[in-house]
Design a protein around this ligand. Structure first.
Ligand code: RAM
Length: 548
């Protein structure tokens, strides 16, 4: 082979074939990536900064009737805390009275005499009373111990001002004196917390007759969302501090009925696209610092929710340009999902997936019926998106496929006798299987309502383990016209968190188990978690159900 052109062509084909054999493809977004990332950067919202001060001094009290066995009690005014001796009382807890996210700094000063040696303190930043009361070590958790917010600082001399380098997320700060000279005493003379969020006030108000508990749920939901709206929609400002597609979708829904910062949604949609896999499939999550980067992980349910989020964004913002530019991304997620359907339109559990499915934090929850329902739901949204963009031609076969999928669901996943959808080899009955089938309109509204009620009334049914799961159940109840049940569920579940003292809603909440954690340590759970803010969406979108 002497011809250089032929050699070039041959090596190109050889490499392409090798890449395919390795499961790699060339970068399908090679042309668009940098523009998408620039657009994401241009839409980055400025952070609004507020200076916050602690409001009182508290102690952590063990109490078996309190959530996770711990509560706080006020022990003093904040004025008496400043300049009081750490030698006399070497552990202090200050309370800011609200959940905050931002930068913490404080000034330590000398009390009497002259400082003649370094002083060492430990600071523990806590979202929950249990983080103040329980020892962090030995740490049994599966996630990095470094997520827990304790810091040791050594002051070379006093007075001395420290600023904790990492951003923190907390309501309480425990300050412990670890080591000091016998020659002099220390105190704290000033504390400054610069709290950040990209939003300030909701644009919605509730009707005056709204039930006080629903008002409280709305307030806590708004605080949760505000804390998570930084320069991306974060999942939790304490942990993981990053953008996940599933969280983005729910935060964007709640944002539409509160703060209405559409630029943040736009930024997140572009960031995810710009950092997608070379194959075109989206990564499930993105961290921003030091520069935006994706964790190499795919979750099929989240990939599909991207399409739904893009459709919602277009409807809310009218931003055709963004939706047109990101349409190829939506198309790629749809194609990936399609490849997991068998000839009858049923999600094929025998295929080895290259991804995981989120849906909920719940052990033993079978996801087959849910992924079948979510795929149907997301395909419908993608068709509606295509219509708004004049691109129906590109997915001509999908409306027919959706019909086929619904037929397969009825044939293989619906138990006519019981009137519920069942999932997996043990034919599990779960709330979420019914919810996803209802949201996808797989059966009639009446049949879906019956399925939901049958599952909810069955004490052996698998109930959700997180607010994320409960969101979809409430959404489905509303869709099926079960308004009272939707309201009751919100009062039971989110109202339960408020009654147990939540200032912001939690990542995981099981009314029957205070210490449940998917990470083997409830201390590393996030207690201000984006995916739990959605009562804001329901309460403000459906005043006739929640504000009557
Ligand atoms: C956790 C967080 C996040 C969620 C993922 C799947 O890290 O709870 O919110 O989206 O899991």
């Amino acid at each position: 082979m002497k011809n250089p052109l032929l050699i070039l062509l041959f090596s190109f084909l050889f490499c392409a074939e090798n890449n395919l054999a390795l499961g790699q493809t060339s970068d399908v977004y090679a042309q668009q990536r940098s523009t998408w990332l620039q657009k994401a950067e241009a839409a980055k919202p400025p952070l609004i900064k507020q200076n916050k001060k602690p409001v009182c001094v508290v102690k952590a009290v063990k109490d078996t009737s309190a959530y996770q066995g711990w509560k706080t009690e006020k022990t003093g005014e904040i004025e008496s805390f400043y300049r009081s001796s750490f030698k006399q009382n070497n552990v202090r807890i200050i309370d800011f009275g609200e959940h905050l996210t931002g930068t913490f700094s404080c000034t330590f000063d000398t009390l009497g005499n002259i400082s003649d040696a370094p002083v060492r303190f430990k600071l523990t930043f806590a979202e929950m009373p249990a983080e103040l009361g329980e020892a962090f070590d030995p740490y049994p958790g599966g996630l990095s111990r470094a997520w827990l917010q304790d810091e040791i600082v050594t002051l070379p001399y006093t007075p001395y001002t420290i600023t904790i380098p990492r951003r923190l997320s907390f309501r309480y700060v425990k300050i412990e004196l670890l080591a000091a000279s016998s020659y002099f005493d220390v105190c704290i003379s000033d504390i400054n917390m610069t709290a950040t969020s990209c939003v300030q006030e909701s644009k919605f108000t509730l009707a005056p007759q709204t039930d006080p508990m629903i008002q409280a749920i709305n307030r806590v939901g708004l605080a949760t969302l505000k804390e998570c709206m930084q320069t991306v929609y974060e999942d939790g400002p304490k942990r993981d501090m990053r953008l996940w597609i599933g969280d983005l979708y729910l935060e964007a829904l709640a944002n539409t009925y509160s703060y209405q910062n559409n630029d943040l949604t736009k930024r997140c949609l572009y960031l995810l696209a710009g950092l997608a896999q070379p194959s075109g499939i989206l990564n499930s999550n993105i961290s921003e610092m030091p520069t935006p980067r994706a964790q190499n992980s795919i979750t099929l349910d989240y990939c599909l929710l991207y399409n739904v989020a893009l459709h919602e964004y277009l409807q809310v913002s009218g931003d055709q340009q963004t939706a047109q530019e990101l349409w190829p991304v939506a198309l790629n997620q749809l194609r990936l999902a399609q490849s997991y359907l068998n000839e009858e339109g049923l999600y094929d559990t025998a295929k080895q997936p290259q991804y995981w499915l989120v849906f909920d934090w719940k052990d033993n929850f079978d996801r087959h019926a849910s992924i079948q329902g979510l795929m149907t739901f997301a395909f419908q949204h993608t068709c509606q998106l295509a219509e708004l963009l004049g691109r129906e031609d590109e997915i001509k076969e999908i409306p027919g496929l959706i019909k086929k999928m619904k037929k397969a669901s009825r044939k293989y996943l619906y138990d006519k006798k019981q009137g519920v959808f069942v999932s997996g080899p043990d034919k599990q009955v779960s709330y979420l299987s019914q919810a996803w089938m209802a949201l996808s309109e797989t059966l009639s509204q009446k049949e879906c309502a019956r399925a939901l009620l049958t599952a909810i009334e069955n004490p052996a049914a698998c109930y959700p383990g997180s607010p994320y799961g409960y969101h979809y159940v409430i959404d489905a109840l509303i869709k099926c016209g079960l308004h009272q049940e939707a309201r009751d569920m919100m009062l039971y579940y989110w109202g339960g968190m408020v009654q147990k003292g939540a200032d912001t809603f939690w990542e995981v909440y099981d009314p029957n188990d205070d210490c449940r954690s998917p990470y083997n340590s409830h201390l590393v759970n996030s207690y201000c978690h984006a995916w739990s803010c959605t009562p804001v969406y329901f309460i403000n979108k459906y005043p006739e159900i929640f504000q009557k």
